[in-house]
Design a protein around this ligand. Structure first.
Ligand SMILES: NC(=O)c1ccc[n+]([C@@H]2O[C@H](COP(=O)([O-])OP(=O)(O)OC[C@H]3O[C@@H](n4cnc5c(N)ncnc54)[C@H](O)[C@@H]3O)[C@@H](O)[C@H]2O)c1
Length: 170
């Protein structure tokens, strides 16, 4: 099956996720990069009058991770301007935006329970037929997608580890 990939969602902005996001931006894709919301404020944030509802706090983890990746040497981004193709957000406020993505890539911490919980939410918001994949190092796919609908399982099985026929926005 041929696919045209214009926009990807990268769920998790750690070592792998932030760099995967950059590589998709490098090849011309629009990227939605999401991560968790922090549970506590730092003393500095409290002193500034920020709360756990402040956007700057809610997107702190994803923005910090992306900034760190962009500054790393060698940089994962081929041109600084390509970074503008990456939009950041968090799982609590922005997951619904995956509905407009052609490919959703899960890159969160290597824990079955966390990946299962995230795939449950992904199923709620994805557009049926969207490619869903995982960057897992070794968790069996059938466990990660346990409890998901048949349609979600089929698309995941087909694409989770063997995407071959895709074209990008060069
Ligand atoms: N690092 C590697 O060399 C490597 C290689 C191949 C595959 N992987 C796989 O890629 C995935 C990510 O690895 P990484 O090295 O980027 O890890 P990382 O620790 O750098 O990043 C993990 C991400 O998960 C997020 N996270 C933590 N708790 C969470 C929760 N409760 N809910 C949702 N997200 C949460 C973190 O905020 C972070 O963005 C893992 O499945 C790992 O096995 C890693």
């Amino acid at each position: 099956m041929n696919r045209h990939i214009r926009k990807v969602a990268v769920l998790g902005s750690g070592v792998m996720g932030s760099r995967i996001a950059c590589h998709f931006a490098n090849i011309g894709c629009e990227v939605l990069l999401l991560d968790i919301v922090p549970r506590e404020l730092t003393p500095e944030e409290t002193a500034k009058g920020l709360t756990l509802e402040s956007k700057v706090v809610r997107n702190k983890i994803v923005n910090g991770a992306l900034a760190f990746a962009l500054k790393s040497n060698p940089s994962p981004i081929y041109r600084k301007s390509f970074a503008s193709r990456i939009t950041t957000g968090n799982f609590d406020d922005d997951l619904a935006q995956i509905a407009s993505c052609d490919w959703v890539i899960e890159v969160v911490v290597e824990r079955l329970d966390i990946k299962q919980q995230l795939f449950e939410k992904v199923e709620k918001y994805r557009t049926p037929g969207t490619i869903i994949s995982s960057n897992t190092s070794g968790i069996p796919i059938h466990l990660m997608i346990e409890g998901r609908s048949e349609d979600f399982q089929i698309i995941s099985w087909e694409h989770i580890s063997s995407i071959r026929h895709v074209t990008y926005n060069y």
